[in-house]
Design a protein around this ligand. Sequence first.
Ligand code: CO
Ligand code: ZN
Length: 339
Amino acid sequence: MKDLLKKLSETYGPAGREETIAGVIKDELESFVDETFTDVTGNLYAVKKGSGAKIMVAAHMDEIGIIVTFIEEKGFLRFSNVGGVSPYILLGQQVVFSNGTVGTVSMEKLDDIKKLALDKMYIDIGARDRDEASAKIRIGDVATYYRHVSFNGGRVIGKAMDNRTGCAVLIKAMQELGDTNNTVYAVFTAQEEVGLRGSRTSSYRLDPDVGLAVDVTLVGDTPEPPSPMAVSLGKGPAVKVKDNSVICHPRLKEMLINLAVKNNIPYQLEVLTAGGTDAGAIHISREGVPAGVISIPCRYVHTPGEMVELEDLENAVRLLKLFLEGPVDLQKIFPCYPR
Ligand code: CO
Ligand code: ZN
C-alpha cells in the first residue's frame, strides 16, 4: 500500500490532464481485470465481469491545480485555479508543470493580507523575460503542488491524498477481489475537482444498478476545526450519510454499516456540510441510481500536506471488497427494482 500510494500521490494529474495518472493506474490493474478502456472525458474503466448486479465504483484520479492565464514581460506567470485552491495555502509553495518545470508562488505588495486573491499572485519559474518563460510554458498549462510523500509511523503526508488514496483503495480491492457474481466497473474518474464531470459521463455510459464512490472526507479531530465533525483519523473508513452533492441511499448505507459491523471493521458515520463527491453525479444519472460513499478521513484537504492514516485505507479496502464480493439482491434491497 505504501509504495502504491507514494507512486499515485507523486504522479502529475490535475483535472483535465489525467493521461499520465490513468496510465499508472492501468499498469497496476491490467493483469487483474477482464478489460480496461478509456473514454472522451478521460475516465479509466477496469472491469471484472460477472452475471449479478452491475456495480460502478468511482474513485476520482484528478487533483486540484492552477492554470496559466498570462505571461508577463518580465517572465512571471499569472494564473487561475483548477478546482478548490486557496490563495493562502498556495502562497510560498512550489508548483510543478507537466514538463517538470517548477515555480515558486508569490504575491504583489499587499497592505491587507485579507485581500489576498489569486489575481494578486504570480508564479516565478526563474525565467528572465517573457521569451524565456514562453519557451517552457504556454497559456493554459496546468501545475500541481510539488511535493513528495512522507510516512510518519502509520500516517502519510503528501499532496493529492484527495483522491489518490481512494484510487489506491479501489486498485487494491480490485487486485484482491475473489470470485464475484457481480459485474464490477472500477471507474477512475476525471475532472471531479471541477464539478463531478467524469462521473456524470461514466455513470450515464454504464447505467449501473448500484453506484459507490471512494473519496476523502474532512475530519473534526484537529485544534478548533472549522466546523464540528464526527470523523477522526484512524477510526476507520467513514460511511457517508450526506454531503452537498448527495444524500446516500439509506438502504445502501445500511448495507455498508452491516458489513462493517459483521466483519469487525471499524467505521464512522459522516455528514459533510461542505463539498461533494462523484456519488453526487451518479445518484441522479438517468432515472436515478442508488449510490453510497466510502470515505477516507483526511486532514488538511486541498493543501500540499494532506494527511491520512494507512490503517483507514486498509480497512476501506476490506469493506469495499466485501461489498463487491457479496451478493447484491437488488429487488430485496431496492423494492422498485427491476427498473
Ligand atoms: Co477534492
Ligand atoms: Zn476528492
